[in-house]
Structures are given as C-alpha cells and as structure tokens.
Design a protein around this ligand. Structure first.
Ligand SMILES: *Cc1c(COP(=O)(O)O)cnc(C)c1O
Length: 471
C-alpha cells in the first residue's frame, strides 16, 4: 500500500500533487508554505464490514485502526500503538471517553477526562508524542508557537512539557481565559514552556501567530511549528471518537447525528472527515455562542466577520474559524487557487459568500444554531433539573443545538461534551446554583505558583521576545 499524501488547501489544482507531502512532514509543518491547511489527497475508506469489526474494541485499539491509514509507513505499527496507549493512559476514566445516555435519543460523549479537563487533550496527548517520536528519530528540534482562547494552550503545554526536542510559546488574550485555564497554563514550570499574555483578543493572538508563520526567515531560523487546531494530526486524532460513539450506537447499521460546540470548526470538521471515510453520520450540528459566524453561514451561505464578544463559553469566542478552510476547499471542488482567492478576499473585506448550490451541498451535512449567554445558562439549569447532569457552558451550547435541530434528523444525537464543568465554575454556579469541584488530582491548582509574560499586541516585540528567550 502506498502512503497517503497531503495537499494544501491553497495549492493550484495542477501543482497540488507535485507539492504533496507525507505524514511526518505535515505533522511537523502545521501550516502549509502557501498559507493553506493540509488535507488528505484522498480519504481512506472504511467499509461497513470494517466498521462492524470495530465493535468491542477499546479506545486505544480503535484509535490505532482509524489513524493507521493516515500515518502509513511513517511509524511502524508497534511504535504507533505504544504512543497511542501512552496518550490515552493519561485519561482519568476507565473507558477513556465515556458515552452516557442523557435522554431519549440524546447522548453525551465525555471528552474531558484528560490532564486539562477539556476535549483538546484527546488530540494533544497523542500529538505531543508524535512530535517527540518523529523529532527524536530525525535528531531535530522545533519551536511550537500557538494561540489559544484557553483550552488549546493548556492542552498543548501539557502535551509538550519536558520534551527535549520542543520549546513551546503559547499566546493567550490577557484576561480572557478562565482562572482555571490560566492556572493550567501558567503553573507549568517546565523550562521549555513559555506563556505569553497578549493585550488583545484571541483573533489578535491567532493573527500574530499567522504573521510569524508567514515570516519565512523567522520560521526557518527557529524551526517553527504549530499544534493549534489547524495541525492535521489533531484533526486525525479527533476523527477517532466519531467512530467510537457511532460504533457504540450501532454503526454501520444505524445512523447517528452529532452536535458539536465549535469555534474554530476543528472538532466538527473531524466529524465531516469521518463521514468522508464511510461512517454513516446523518447530520453534523454546529453549536455557536454569540460569536455565531458559523451558524449564520449555514443559515445564509454568507460568512461575515463581526466583533468578537466575550461569552461564558470562551473557548468558542472566535470570529475566524480557521478549519473552515478545509470544508471550503471541498465546497469549491478542491480548487486550491479558488480557495486562496476567496480567503484573501475575506481577509480584506471581512466577508464572502458561497453559491446557492454550494450552500445546499453544505447543508446536506451541516446545520447550525446559536445560543447567547442567557440561553446557555438556562440550558445548564434545565439539563441539571431533567437529568441530574451538571454540564459546562460549551457542552450546553451543544445540547441546545441538538435540541434546536430536531427537525433536521431523526437519528440519535451524540452531543460532544467538550469540557469538565469545573473548568468554568463561575458560569456553571451562576446557572445552576451548584459549584462544580475540580477532580482531586488538581484540587490545589489555583494555589500553585505561576509564570507568564505580558506583551503588547505587536509582532516585532513578540519576535524579539522569542529570539531573546531562545538565545
Ligand atoms: C476548543 C474548544 C471548543 C471548540 O473547538 P473547535 O476545535 O474550535 O471547534 C469547544 N469547547 C471547548 C471546551 C474547547 O476547549
């Protein structure tokens, strides 16, 4: 079997194949040189029999099956198995990702039992190990630079801490991450971990990171790489749990729907990828908070940027959904030149629209709904009263979206529970009257010493800081 290749969402059709890369290069590069995101040249296929054969596998074994065609010969099977087993041994639940019945036709898939209590650990715990493995093999080092609205950063730091071949610089918007998220990032005292609080929004942080990556000389000098949600390997790791939940609910013989609280479109794009690979998914429901650019897109076909507003679900306080580019690429017939043109225009004007036909194509798969803070809190309260389950505000947006989109699907709906309620205790208490406690293993988190540097929203200052730190 020849290895799967990856192409950039911005490579012109006639040159895409020539510039295609293998798994290791895509893993280490993050963003493509032309500013695009990597996607598989073709989707690996799982037949109904392949999916049936997944029934009864534990999570690491299922992950090995789903990831193997993406990784190909880059990592021998035994080594990949070792990395996956170690990654999911860091989870504090016997099932790794427990699937719980919430109500008739409604399930919660708990993605938050990893080291930082949010779903990003599912991908990051394997990503850190993949990086370390490949870099050690090559005798190389990298500098990971990322932007976070909270959860990505802590998950990335946990994944990279104390790894010999990695330095990590993580930018977060000052004052816009929860105290628990902030503590999870800044209390890690490993020498290779550098926290930067930027005076700006999450989008500012993300833009500065993109600027750094677009500075070819700087990027090469420090062997820069990304682990934020554009890294293909993160999408790959997230595809696994769509198979996991669907198989538990009777795939390939029964269809399921998923409701996904999303900001960057990374999590829900993994569901789309699972569908392209043969998983029978009836609908992907996109839940937005007041930063509802995605919900508006699926309603109108028009992507229009507005100001970011802070909400009780801060990990979705985003107006530019980076991973949407991967879907756009498909909607545009995998024409990278067209994709680049649309996105360059979007950067300039803050909007773009797809055609009626493209919107119809997107709506066959996706539906969207949005919930403001008052609605989100009401959902937390209702779910607690109905089921006894205390959910976090991101998960609440997922529950709300599942319920709002009942007319879109008759299939059972799996809601992705993306954070532990104790990660957002103020909002949860405000909504429900109950203050969720941190798990015992991190009960003293907020009292641990912190380390963090505050910087202006300024590219030159940022570059200088990195240069000085790495000496
Ligand atoms: C990051 C995050 C999301 C959004 O994930 P995307 O990859 O941006 O779609 C939702 N909930 C929580 C708790 C998160 O940390």
């Amino acid at each position: 079997m020849t290895d799967l290749k990856y192409i950039s969402t911005r490579a012109a059709k006639d040159s895409a194949a020539a510039s295609a890369l293998g798994f290791e290069d895509v893993l280490l590069a993050g963003l493509a040189r032309d500013g695009g995101l990597y996607v598989p040249e073709t989707w690996p296929q799982f037949s109904a029999d392949d999916i049936r054969a997944m029934q009864g596998l534990d999570y690491p074994a299922l992950a090995l099956r789903v990831m193997t065609p993406f990784v190909g010969s880059a990592i021998p099977a035994d080594d990949l198995k070792g990395l996956i087993d170690a990654a999911y041994a860091s989870f504090d639940a016997p099932d790794v990702l427990p699937l719980k019945k919430l109500n008739d036709g409604e399930y919660l898939l708990e993605l938050f039992h990893g080291p930082t209590l949010a779903f990003k650990d599912v991908a990051m715990q394997i990503l850190g190990r993949l990086f370390d493995y490949v870099l050690s093999k090559r005798g190389e080092r990298v500098t990971i630079v990322g932007a976070t609205s909270g959860d990505t950063g802590s998950a990335a730091i946990e994944a990279c801490r104390d790894k010999d071949a990695i330095d990590i610089f993580m930018l977060h918007p000052v004052g816009r991450v929860s105290p628990v998220q902030e503590a999870q990032m800044t209390t890690v005292m490993a020498d290779n971990v550098h926290n930067l609080a930027i005076e700006g929004t999450f989008d500012d942080c993300q833009d500065r990171v993109k600027d750094l990556f677009n500075d070819q000389a700087f990027r090469d000098k420090f062997h820069m790489s990304a682990v934020n949600s554009i890294n293909w390997a993160r999408v790959m790791a997230q595809i696994v749990y769509y198979f996991w939940a669907a198989v538990k609910l009777g795939a390939p013989d029964n269809k399921v729907a998923f409701s996904v609280p999303t900001g960057n479109f990374g999590n829900v794009f993994a569901g789309y990828a699972a569908m392209q690979m043969g998983l029978p998914v009836d609908k992907l429901i996109v839940g937005s908070n007041s930063n509802d650019i995605l919900a508006r897109f699926f309603a109108s076909g028009s992507m229009e940027m507005t100001e970011v507003v802070p909400t009780v679900s801060p990990s979705m306080d985003i107006q530019i959904s980076s991973n949407f580019e991967r879907l756009l690429f498909d909607l545009l017939g995998r024409d990278g030149a067209a994709c680049a043109e649309v996105l360059t225009g979007f950067r300039k004007s803050g909007k773009f629209a797809v055609t009626e036909a493209q919107l119809a194509q997107a709506r066959k798969v996706f539906a969207g709904a949005r919930f403001d803070d008052a609605e989100t809190k009401a959902i937390i309260k209702t779910v607690l009263a109905e089921t006894g389950e205390l959910i976090d505000p991101h998960t609440a947006v997922g529950v709300g979206a599942a319920r709002a989109c009942k007319s879109e699907t008759t299939a059972p709906c799996v809601i992705l529970a993306t954070a532990h309620p104790a990660k957002f205790p103020d909002a949860v208490e405000d909504a429900s009257g109950q203050r969720p406690a941190l798990p015992a293993r991190m009960a003293d988190l907020l009292d641990r010493p912190k380390r963090c540097q505050t910087l202006a929203n300024n590219l030159e200052q940022l570059k200088k800081y990195i240069e000085t730190t790495l000496g």
